[in-house]
Write a protein that binds this ligand. Structure first.
Ligand SMILES: *[C@@H]1O[C@H](CO)[C@@H](O)[C@H](O)[C@H]1NC(C)=O
Ligand SMILES: *[C@@H]1O[C@H](CO)[C@@H](O)[C@H](O)[C@H]1NC(C)=O
Ligand SMILES: *[C@@H]1O[C@H](CO)[C@@H](O)[C@H](O)[C@H]1NC(C)=O
Length: 213
């Protein structure tokens, strides 16, 4: 109870949660090129994490992380699940690393995300349907991984989506019915068996058309 009150009084919860987030990202990833060596958690001055490489805060003196850009850093390991504790996060860029395993569905617990770039990794499993709850998403790049299964149809409800790519994966089934022009064929290239506009119609549709004719 005291802890909860202290959180309200000093917003120290936000601070602790973002520090915990970055610490757990660093601990969960192998960093062979030591590019995260500047992430030193021993100096606890307010806003210290805002000076870390690849991290941007809302305000330099407040440990509230809004952007994490960790592209092409040779990082390895499973998707860093501690990211869910960066609760103000808007941009998450982990592209061009060697991440393996699944994209956790609780990525959707980060309601302010506008950009998710997980392209060019080794991620497998399916695209979490919960991503459809991230209503502020503008950019969703999942291309060049090993994702399987169907793309959740509800992604078409992401009104702000401007850029979407799942090219070079192992996805199959009907693609979401996005507004015309939002998603091009190129975004779906080189998968196992995607169908539906702008790609070839799905068999089911063919069948219906045949009956109607
Ligand atoms: C991290 O997030 C989990 C689940 O959202 C929460 O239970 C936990 O208290 C958070 N940790 C910190 C240090 O804020
Ligand atoms: C901690 O960081 C602040 C701000 O960068 C700096 O002024 C201070 O000297 C540092 N303290 C230690 C003990 O390194
Ligand atoms: C990707 O994962 C496969 C195993 O699923 C592994 O053999 C391969 O080396 C990985 N590639 C990279 C770039 O990490």
């Amino acid at each position: 109870m005291l802890i909860i009150l202290a959180c309200f009084a000093a917003s120290s919860c936000t601070v602790q949660t973002d520090i915990y987030c970055l610490r757990s990202i660093k601990e969960s990833l192998e960093d062979p090129e030591q590019l995260l060596s500047s992430w030193d958690f021993s100096n606890n001055t307010e806003g210290f994490i805002c000076r870390f490489t690849s991290v941007e805060c809302w305000n330099a003196d407040e440990s509230r992380v809004i952007n994490i850009h960790l592209s092409d850093m040779g990082l390895r390991g499973p998707f860093p699940i501690g990211i869910k504790n960066c609760t103000s996060l808007q941009v998450l860029d982990l592209s061009g690393n060697r991440l393996t395993g699944q994209i956790p569905s609780n990525i959707a617990d980060l309601p302010y995300l506008t950009t998710i770039d997980l392209s060019k990794n080794n991620l497998s499993g399916s695209i979490p349907p919960s991503i459809a709850n991230l209503v502020l998403i503008n950019v969703l790049r999942l291309n060049n991984n090993k994702l399987t299964g169907q793309i959740t149809p509800e992604l078409s409800e992401l009104d702000r989506l401007k850029e979407f790519s799942v090219a070079n994966n192992r996805l199959s089934g009907q693609v979401p019915i996005f507004n015309y022009g939002v998603v091009s064929k190129k975004s779906y290239a080189n998968n196992l068996g995607l169908c539906g506009a702008p790609l070839r119609p799905c068999n089911h549709e063919n069948h219906v058309v045949a009956i109607l004719e």
